[in-house]
Design a protein around this ligand. Structure first.
Ligand code: SF4
Length: 384
């Protein structure tokens, strides 16, 4: 396969001309931007859970427990649009599931209207998809979309079979899953060639940590413009999976930095390493991440500049998979008001630190729970 390192400036899925290009210096999902601009966290990003249907059952799936075979009706789109209209600083919308394209009804009645709404307002969009469905579905969506976000944790069809169907509860044959694997790769490649920004996310977990370089190579070959990498923190549906150690996470990040293709954007997130660490080795890694070309560490948007809205109940969560109960409902309240309640929540306050010199605004809730119980981040400072 021929690698494509730059997003095609032309093509049916290229962004409108004149729109600022998404790149390591412009990542509107990073909460540090609005924190710098407004002096406090503001709601600039809304994630919408558009379906609980999915054709896969990935073992690591953050929302695996909520996947269903049948779906309730969505709340009226008028209400969604009204609530989005009211968000004063809205910059990005993400759509997630399940597999958002699983049902054509969701594609036609939910995704396309949302994407057209966002384009008309100049808002950036991301769709979280496994891109294993027919290409025609993605072709309908891509002209209005900014980022196609896919998961990619494989080096061959056998990995895909094991990761994606181990918990499906039915016997899905390797021939079927191999065809899906090929379709996923071809779809990603065709979408990239059409000018769409395709970002592939890999987790650092017990299956991937010792083959991350090969995974990276395949992502480059698929023409993706970005490789996004996060450690997997076993929680919810994935709680039973073996965890990798902090040292293994560290080594995986170093290995990637040593072996990556420098032409594609590498975005790391939810790492447990910070500039305020008393561990010199970890501080050195954070510095290296900051200094390398085409590498960024995104501060976690969840609960910082983003909240999640369930499009069936209207409930609002800090993330789509959090064990934190909903803290509002769009049937009763504006999103900015609901976000305000979360901003003052003790759980948010406990990790509400900010070191401008390190462009850091603290750990996410899972990282803090797993590695920093009892640590008061608000009293720490970056050591540069
Ligand atoms: S913002 Fe918080 S986590 Fe980041 S370096 Fe400063 S004290 Fe540490």
């Amino acid at each position: 396969m021929q690698a494509i390192s730059q997003q095609a400036a032309a093509g049916p899925f290229a962004p409108p001309s004149g729109w600022k290009v998404l790149n390591p210096s412009y990542d509107p999902w990073d909460p540090i931007r609005s924190l710098q601009q407004f002096g406090q966290h503001e709601l600039t990003s809304v994630e919408l859970t558009v379906t609980h249907l999915c054709n896969m059952r990935c073992e690591h799936c953050a929302v695996g427990d909520s996947l269903t075979m049948k779906e309730a009706p969505h709340i009226p789109m008028d209400l969604i649009f009204r609530r989005l209209d009211e968000v004063e600083h809205l910059e990005t919308i993400s759509m997630t599931g399940g597999e958002p394209t699983f049902s054509m009804e969701t594609v036609n009645n939910i995704l396309i209207p949302l994407l057209k709404y966002a384009r008309a307002r100049g808002i950036r969009t991301q769709l979280n998809s496994n891109v294993t469905m027919d290409y025609e579905r993605y072709e309908l969506i891509a002209p209005f979309l900014d980022v196609m976000h896919i998961s990619f944790n494989y080096t061959e069809a056998q990995d895909f079979h094991q990761v994606g169907f181990a918990r499906s509860g039915r016997n899905v044959g390797i021939n079927t899953t191999s065809r899906m694997y090929e379709r996923m790769i071809n779809n990603a490649l065709k979408l990239s060639q059409g000018g769409l920004f395709v970002s592939a996310e890999s987790m650092i977990n017990y299956r991937t940590y010792n083959k991350i370089t090969d995974i990276h190579r395949l992502i480059v070959e698929m023409g993706c413009q970005r490789h996004e990498v996060h450690p997997m923190y076993p929680s919810s549906f994935a709680a039973g999976l073996p965890a990798v150690t902090r040292d293994q996470m560290f080594e995986t990040v170093e290995t990637l930095l040593d072996n990556r293709n420098e032409h594609i954007w590498m975005l790391f997130g939810t790492l447990p390493f910070f500039s305020c660490s008393d561990n010199e080795k970890e501080r050195r890694l954070v510095r290296r991440l900051r200094e390398e070309t085409n590498v960024t560490v995104r501060n976690d948007p969840d609960g910082r500049n983003r909240i999640n809205v369930n499009m069936f109940s209207g409930d609002v969560y800090v993330t789509d998979f959090a064990s934190v109960p909903p803290f509002g409902n769009i049937k009763d309240d504006k999103l900015d008001h609901i976000f305000d309640k979360w901003r003052n929540h003790p759980m948010q306050q406990a990790v509400n630190c900010h070191c401008p010199a390190a462009s850091c605004c603290g750990p996410n809730l899972l990282v803090s729970d797993m590695f920093y119980r009892g640590t008061d981040f608000t009293s720490r400072r970056a050591i540069l």
